[in-house]
Design a protein around this ligand. Sequence first.
Ligand code: NAI
Length: 347
Amino acid sequence: MVKAVVAGAAGGIGQPLSLLLKLNPIVTELSLYDVVNAPGVAADLSHIPTPAQVSGFLPNTGSQGHKGPEEEKRGAVNALKGADIVVIPAGVPRKPGMTRDDLFINAGICATLAESIAEACPKAFILVISNPVNSTVPVFAEVLKKKGVFDPKRLFGVTTLDCLRASTFVASVVGEPTEASKYVIPVVGGHAGHTILPLLSQAKPSIPSSVLKDKSKRDALVHRIQFGGDEVVEAKAGTGSATLSMAQAGAEFADKVMRAAFKGETGLVAPSYVNLEADPSAAKTIQQEIGKDLAYFSVNVELGKEGIAKLNPVGKIDETETALLKKAVEDLEPSINKGVGFSPASK
Ligand code: NAI
């Protein structure tokens, strides 16, 4: 029995993500929470004949048909109670011209959700999609620490979309657009602009040297992976950012976490933006590799029964990536500090 919760379930990401989780046979209970329309989305999804039983919750009401005075105040906690995994795309998306850092207003939403999680499901795996991920993940960690329930092995910043984009764009550049899914490219660092560091030299299968050694081709490819989100923001012309590709990315990552934790599958590895304390001995190696004692970084994570089983080092990178890493670390540090220093009182 696996209970999954989507917080922000009525939004552009939330709805298709909830659909994909409803279709995942591992999920037996799907609880949808949003400040608007969650019961409607839940009613809609509940007609699909898969195992997951769906319910929808609003902040000031309880489960559909169960509106008691206590429940009225405690929608989020009710939605989250007993959850095994919580996926969080709650918050405001970017408009043209905005950076992810401009979305720091989402920190308050994340802090409130973290408090509800601490109360309702402190052992749940928490998958943070809400931007700026580089800061919102530390916000979650700080609130959970204050509540005495922080487990770094269970907190994940979802960076999977950067990996999906890397696969797609690499396949296109090497002339194999229909083979995109065969390209696995570790994307490390963070999830915003120059903090997104695709390790093209570690791609499997390897990228031909005609691309890797061609500076302009390679620079363009790296830039497209780092700023691919802007293409969507601009094409949507003010109506939002990536939602459908992000829903697929979130569902894919959640599926891996659940398969490792609840099905006992081994060998599941995926990049995620994590607190390096999840694996203290690996943390030292990673901090040496990146030349800075950052508390958060995205690396390849080996998933297990308790969430993070092991963090993999960045590994061997080439000269181009060494320069990109320096810039990534420079940009990441202030975003981490902003999240760590966020006080819910200032929201
Ligand atoms: P959206 O505006 O379509 O949906 C957000 C949903 O969150 C809305 O339904 C809204 O009612 C809900 N919400 C607002 N406050 C809430 C609260 N306090 N509790 C629960 N729900 C609340 O936005 P969209 O496009 O779904 O994006 C959501 C977030 O995901 C944004 O911050 C966006 O930047 C981020 N994002 C992250 C990506 C990643 O790779 N990690 C990729 C794309 C977007």
